[in-house]
Structure formats: C-alpha cells, structure tokens
Design a protein around this ligand. Structure first.
Ligand code: LR7
Ligand code: MN
Length: 549
C-alpha cells in the first residue's frame, strides 16, 4: 500500500521568515491566477449563495505570506534533526524493533525535537506572495490509529507553531480506537495545555474514512483541513490553502507533499512538478505535470490542477464537503476515499489543486502499524469497487474490470451504492469521460476487448499480450552470447509490429514479425522463442479463459 512520490532533487534554502505578519495595503499582484467561483448547483443541501465567494482578489486588502514560524530559530540549533536533517542510527536492533512497532524508525523520531525546524522548500516567490486579509478559519482534523507519540506530537506542534493562531479554529484529534497506552490518558493530559486541541476517542474501530467524518461533524471552522498523524507542516503552509478557498469555495486544495524519510527522518522536497493520477487498478499514482498544465501555469508557484489527490492532506470548505456528500460512509478502514473525493470534486463543479507554496512533509512507509479487520487487499478492493460503481461511466467500469479480471470471479460484495448514485444524480455531476477529457487528458482508456486471459497476461483483439500498460516483446541477446531469443516486457505504446502475436488453433503463439514461436523446451525453465517448425508440444499454449468478440 506504500506510495512514494517521484524522486526529485530536494532544495534546501534557509528560511528568512520572521515571526510576525507584515500587512500591506491593497495590491493587484496576488498568488491567485483565477477566480472560478459562483457556479450554480441545484438541489443540494447547501444554498447556492453560500458557496459563492464574497469578493474577488482585487477588492480585499492583501498581506505577504511571511509567515509566523516560531521554530525557524531552533532552541538548540545543533540538536539532532534540526532544519529537517536526517539522523543515521547504527543501533540496528533498536531500529528493527522501532520498525516493528511503528512501520518507521520511531527510535530516530524520538531523538528529534517535537518542534524541530524545517528547511523552507517552497517554490520561487512564495515568500513574497500575497493573500487576502479576510481568510476563512479552519478546523484541522487529524485521525490516527496506533500512531507513535513523537510523530503525533510533532504533527500537532507543527500546526500550532506554523499557523496564524486566528486562522485555527480548533484541532480535532480523532483516536480511531487505538490500543497503545500513550494515546489514552497520557495524550489527554498532554493536550490540556492547548485549549484549541480537542480529542475524541472512538470506542470502536471506524477506519480512517468514518473517523474523519466523526471529526468533521464536530468542526466549527469555515474550512476543514485534514492531515495524517505523522506529518510536519512547513512555514506558511496554511495561508495559501485558505486563500484559494477564499477566492473559490469550490476549490479543494492540497499542500505539496514533501518526504520525511522513514529511516532517517530527513525532510526533503518533492519538487514542484508532480500531480496526482490513478491507474486502472484504481491505485493512486504520482505523475509528472503534463506539458499542457505547465503551459497554463506560467510560474513555478502557481497552483497545479490535479486529477486526483493522495488523500491525507487537504483543505475543503465545510459547505462544499457537505454539498458533495462528504465521504461515502460505506468505505472501510483505508483506501478509495481519495479517488472518490477527487472524482466528484471535478465532476460536480469544483476544482482540485496542489499548491507549490504550501508544504507539508509526510512519512511515507511501506506497511501499517494497525490491523485491517477485513483483510488489507479485500478492504481496498471493495472500497475501489464502490467508487468505480458510483462515479465511472459504463465503459470505464469495464476498463477497470478488464485490468482486474480476478475481481469478476471473486464476486466481492460492495454493498448498496444506490444512495451514492442518487447523490451523483441530484448534484447533476458531469460524466467520467468529461473528467478524463478535461482534467486528465493524458489518461488512456485501455483496449477493453480481450480474446483471452491468462494468469498474468491478457490477449486483446489487437493481438497484444498485455499486462496493464506493459506488453510482451521478444528480446535478442547479443550474438556472441549464443543464446536463443527471450521474452521481455516493455511499454506497449509506440512499439507497433513488435507487439503482435498470433495464437493459432493448434495452440502456438507466433511472434508475427519474426515468425518465432513461444516455447518452454524441456531443458529450459523460462519461455524462449524457437523455430515454429519444431511443432513441439512445448509450443502449445492455452489461456485460462477465452472470450467472444
Ligand atoms: O483505520 C484507520 N484509522 C485511522 O485513523 C487507518 C488509518 N488511520 C489514520 C492513520 O493513523 C493516519 O493518520 O489515517 C491516516 C492515514 O493512514 P496511513 O498514514 O496509514 O495511510 P497512507 O499515508 O499510506 O495513505 C494515504 O492513502 C489513504 C487512503 O485511504 C489516506 O487517504 C491517507 O490519508 C493517505 N495519506 C496521504 O495522502 C499522505 C501522503 C501519502 C501519499 C501518497
Ligand atoms: Mn500516512
């Protein structure tokens, strides 16, 4: 389930932030490129006029995001981990133990100040950008299950230390029935000193989706800001998020998610060139920002329109969240909710953006410290199915099943989705195809018609042997190695003739361009390509399933 953003060279500028705001008078140069507010909606729970934005950028006073950051001058500048630096820990036993408990190096985390300083990795020009003087307030909702003490505290302190206090209505911690001791009375006692921090302990495991809904229900701020429980907010992280929503209450905005390396806790920038997508297995993907979006944006700091969000870190106007029907409460534990919210945001009148001026680091890990009561894979597949069934058009649903053929046989029950379909109807949302054509132009709907499927490859009517975006192609080792032709996998796109295989009635699979046959001779363990005239039994193949056109 782990996700990693495309690696990009981190930049480490030293912050020149001061711990106060500078108010400037009205000006026309703003961080915001457009104002897309004021679209009409029918039949929703929220009144149209409520979601229309009160002013445009030019009519309100603006101030510079020279944010409050009480940690740019660390109390002890040579303390471990300051300025986002990593720590190499040689105590292998302790580190292993830490990974077992936390799925990241908790041992290193415990050595780092819960108020450590971070490098300012914002895009060029962000620290002189302007935001409105009348930003909406926000409730920060952080749900957690079995989170480590130091990472949870660092999350909360980074919010308190690097957000203008008047913008934080409250911080709502939702404990999703954790069993670890420090998350009970010890946490309640610790947080008593911060009147803005509220804690709810759920008696039963709700999963992150319903836990967030519980937190959102208590929120009194204008905007909801969701965070994972192992993040560090950077200088000036909040103002750009709230400013976008001030201009357009149907804007859903994400900070740029930087990387806190799970072994060393080194903070590094993920750059300013990635956005969210997905593949047809319904897995979230980081993509490089495509040329058409680069061209539209003009500057490095401009918001990046993103087809999807990673899910954990974003701000949304409370009314827009309600209008969109919040999250599907039928989603369990983990997964799918990020795509659900992304699809409906775009399809039902909103926009989704990543802001290079707002930075929050997240600990990316490869496993989870909590259990999946219904099984990890099953839970995620079921969640994906619900989202697919509600938000995709028929043709895309087919595409989803085509790349997940095992799902057809598994007969997973995804429950009742009729209320969610009604919601889509009632909001008058656009089609999934509109969404792909408009915001995810580079996404291709795969060829849906297969003549046969095997254990790992699908044989389509274009005569490709295909596994998602990958295709089987022959590979010829250098002649001096005197080895027969082998098989390789390569991107399907742009290969043409090389991809074509003919499956004959007699069972041979012939590579048409070279007239060689797929074979696993007795003395070989891997398939190779041999002369078809051998007509040997080891050249006979059968797919698990054959389909009619
Ligand atoms: O049952 C649970 N109850 C919880 O309260 C399971 C999890 N949680 C909490 C957990 O403690 C954490 O704070 O929910 C939060 C997210 O869980 P993680 O950190 O184990 O998940 P993740 O970071 O691997 O997952 C990403 O995808 C999820 C899909 O459901 C959520 O949307 C997460 O919020 C999301 N995280 C991010 O987007 C951060 C950036 C990572 C990326 C890409
Ligand atoms: Mn996380």
């Amino acid at each position: 389930l782990g996700k990693q953003p495309d690696g990009e060279t981190p930049t480490t500028k030293t912050s020149s932030s001061k711990s106060h705001y500078t108010s400037t008078s009205k000006t026309t140069s703003t961080v915001n490129q457009e104002n897309t507010s004021g679209r009409k909606l029918d039949g929703s729970t929220v009144k149209d006029k409520d979601l229309e934005s009160p002013q445009d950028a030019d009519t309100v006073p603006m101030h510079v995001v020279r944010s409050l950051d009480v940690t740019t001058m660390p109390r002890d500048p040579v303390a471990p981990g300051e300025n986002g630096e990593g720590i190499i820990d040689d105590d292998i036993e302790k580190v292993e133990e830490a990974f077992k408990i936390a799925s990241f190096n908790q041992h290193v985390s415990d050595q780092i100040s819960i108020e450590r300083s971070l490098p300012d990795v914002r895009a060029e020009g962000c620290n002189t950008s302007l935001v409105g003087d009348d930003l909406p307030s926000t409730s920060v909702v952080i749900c957690f299950c079995e989170e480590s003490w130091s990472t949870l505290l660092r999350t909360v302190h980074s919010v308190l230390n690097r957000s203008p206090p008047q913008l934080i209505k409250e911080i709502i911690l939702v404990d999703d029935a954790s069993s670890r001791d420090h998350l009970k009375k010890k946490l309640d006692d610790y947080m008593k000193r911060f009147p803005k921090v509220k804690i709810i302990h759920l008696p039963e495991r709700a999963g992150l989706i319903r836990a967030r809904l519980r937190g959102a229900a208590l929120a009194t701020g204008d905007v909801l800001t969701f965070l994972d429980s192992h993040v560090e907010c950077g200088v000036g992280w909040l103002e750009p998020l709230l400013d976008r929503i001030r201009l357009n209450r149907r804007a859903v905005v994400c900070p740029s998610i930087d990387v806190i390396e799970m072994r060393t806790f080194r903070y590094s920038s993920s750059g300013h060139m990635t956005r969210g997508g997905f593949d047809w297995r319904m897995h979230f993907r980081w993509n490089t920002v495509p040329d058409y979006e680069v061209a539209r944006r003009k500057t490095e700091k401009a918001p990046i329109r993103s087809p999807t969000m990673a899910g954990g870190l974003f701000s949304i106007h409370k009314m827009f969240f309600e209008e969109l029907g919040q999250y599907d409460p039928g989603l369990e534990i983990w997964g799918g909710e990020n795509l659900e919210l992304s699809f409906k945001t775009w399809m039902c009148g909103g926009t989704l953006e990543i802001l290079p001026c707002s930075r929050v680091g997240h600990i990316f890990r490869q496993s989870q410290p909590y259990r999946f009561p219904g099984g990890g894979l099953q839970t995620v597949q079921r969640n994906s199915l619900r989202v697919v069934q509600v938000w995709m058009d028929e043709i895309h649903r087919k595409a989803f099943y085509a790349v997940n053929p095992e799902l057809k046989d598994m007969n997973i029950s995804y429950g009742d989705v009729s209320a969610r379909r009604q919601l889509r109807e009632r909001l008058g949302c656009k089609s999934f195809q509109w969404y792909l054509d408009t915001v995810y132009k580079e996404m291709r709907v795969p060829d849906l018609t297969f003549q046969a499927s095997g254990e790992s490859f699908l044989y389509n009517w274009e005569n490709h042997l295909r596994h998602e975006e990958l295709c089987l192609v022959p590979y010829f080792p250098p002649p001096e190695e005197k080895r027969p032709a082998e098989l390789h996998i390569d991107w399907c796109e742009g290969q043409d003739e090389k991809l074509i295989w003919k499956h004959t009635r007699k069972g041979q699979i012939i590579h048409v361009q070279t007239s060689l046959c797929l074979d696993v001779p007795r003395d070989k363990r891997r398939p190779i390509l041999t002369d078809c005239t051998r007509k040997s039994r080891t050249q006979k193949w059968k797919f698990l399933k054959y389909f009619d056109k």
